[in-house]
Design a protein around this ligand. Structure first.
Ligand code: SR1
Ligand code: MG
Length: 414
């Protein structure tokens, strides 16, 4: 039967597992175990011994953030494990190595990433990581292209789609928390009190609510590829020279644009939070860095996606027999432009609603939350909300980062 691990029981329970014991080394009774989970859902332990260290992640049968009143199935660890295996295959070197998976106990033993820290924490501290745009742009292009009908054999993809289709409860969290709850007074919502007038305005905004529901429809129905499903800056661990994507328990077959939108939204929120982190000095360089990262991430994603389109388009969509085999290279490029255009417009929409839900919904971001002065916090959050509304509602008409940067700068300085 499933039993949650504790710091005390972990050595005796995982000591007999060779893959764990060999990596950690020494007697399990001498292992140093710490519970370090600070996410919304799971237990996370770091286990250190005389030879090395591992991370042990275990799902709980409920949402940790809320408590036992909100049950959540353990099978999410199964989806996380299978997503990590696929991500490693499709974008090697960008996820932690897996050493052991126990489906019944909903636990995964994986590589201890050190001296990595969570990207969100690094950005709050004002670190300018040199690799994130390149690494995450490549991660998204490779996992999203190679998990789609542009690349996979149709039967294999359909079987995989059926496997992940059972991740219903985690999709349900996103469907409610991202696309619906922020736009009415849902029970678990909260926001900084100074935002009251703006929140009222947004909840009465018909265009915005229609757009959020159109995006929810896309999220639920456009089963294009295996997405990470929760690719925010808390799902990335970094050093100056290494980037790893963690926590794909929300993985399912959804729109290519979803991961891209969620990641860029979290960079935009980091941008709008800078005013709140200026006690120790100017954050002007950080603002410029974040806008550069946003643009470069998209550019790397677009270029790598285009490269894969030209060299690895082995799936059933936009088949070569329609284009290259007839010497119609321009036709293939035209089709690529259409696909990228859709990803761009959808990405902007997903980014807009992700910004809203992190300020108006249940699960907030440390970028804003650690700003104690609620007046200052609201002064950061309000422009972010306005920016989110603009990009969600006007996504079909926005064509460049020039416009987006100018708008972000203008709202931030008002
Ligand atoms: C109830 S779970 C809240 C949020 O935490 C996860 O990290 C996802 O982002 C989810 O929406
Ligand atoms: Mg997570």
């Amino acid at each position: 039967a499933f039993k949650p691990l504790t710091v005390e029981t972990l050595p005796a329970r995982l000591g007999p597992i060779a893959a764990v014991a060999e990596r950690v080394g020494g007697s399990p009774s001498a292992w140093k175990v710490r519970e370090v989970g600070d996410g919304n859902l799971n237990l996370v332990f770091i286990v250190e011994g005389e030879k090395g260290a591992v991370v042990v992640k275990q799902a709980l049968p409920y949402v940790r953030l809320v408590g036992e009143s909100w049950p959540l199935p353990l099978k999410r660890s199964f989806f996380e494990y299978h997503a990590l295996v696929r991500q490693e295959k499709r974008a090697p070197g960008l996820v932690p190595a897996i050493y052991h998976f126990d489906e019944g106990q909903a636990l995964t033993v994986m590589e201890y990433l050190s001296p990595h820290i969570i990207l969100r924490r690094a950005l709050i501290q004002g670190w300018q990581l040199p690799r994130i745009a390149e690494d995450l742009g490549l991660f998204m292009a490779r996992t999203l292209f190679r998990g789609s009908d542009l690349s996979m054999e149709a039967r294999e993809r359909k079987q995989d789609l059926a496997l992940f289709a059972d991740n219903v409860e985690l999709c349900d969290i996103t469907e409610n928390l991202v696309f619906t709850d922020p736009y009415f007074a849902a029970e678990m919502n909260r926001h900084t009190p100074e935002l009251d007038p703006l929140v009222k305005e947004l909840r009465a905004d018909r265009d915005l609510k229609v757009e959020a529901q159109k995006l929810k429809h896309l999220f639920a129905a456009k089963a294009e590829t295996l997405v990470h499903g929760d690719l925010h800056t808390g799902s990335v661990m970094v050093t100056e020279s290494d980037t790893r994507v963690i926590d794909p328990e929300f993985a399912f077959y959804g729109p290519i644009s979803f991961d891209v939108g969620m990641l860029l939204a979290n960079y935009w929120m980091a941008f709008f939070s800078q005013k709140g982190h200026e006690a120790q000095g100017s954050r002007e360089e950080m603002r410029a860095y974040l806008l550069k990262v946003i643009e470069e991430t998209w550019t790397v994603f677009r270029e790598e996606f285009s490269r894969l389109w030209r060299t690895e388009r082995t799936g059933m969509l936009y088949h070569r027999s329609l284009y290259e085999d007839q010497g119609d290279h321009l036709g293939a490029e035209q089709a690529l432009n259409h696909v990228l255009h859709d990803i761009w417009t959808e990405m902007l929409g997903f980014a807009g609603v992700e910004i809203h839900r992190r300020i108006l919904g249940l699960a907030h971001n440390a970028d804003f939350e650690i700003i104690d002065d609620t007046g200052l916090r609201a002064a950061c959050e309000a422009p972010a909300l306005t920016f989110g509304r603009h990009i969600a509602v006007n996504r079909e008409r926005i064509t460049s980062f020039g416009e987006l940067h100018a708008l972000a700068r203008m709202l931030d300085s008002e």
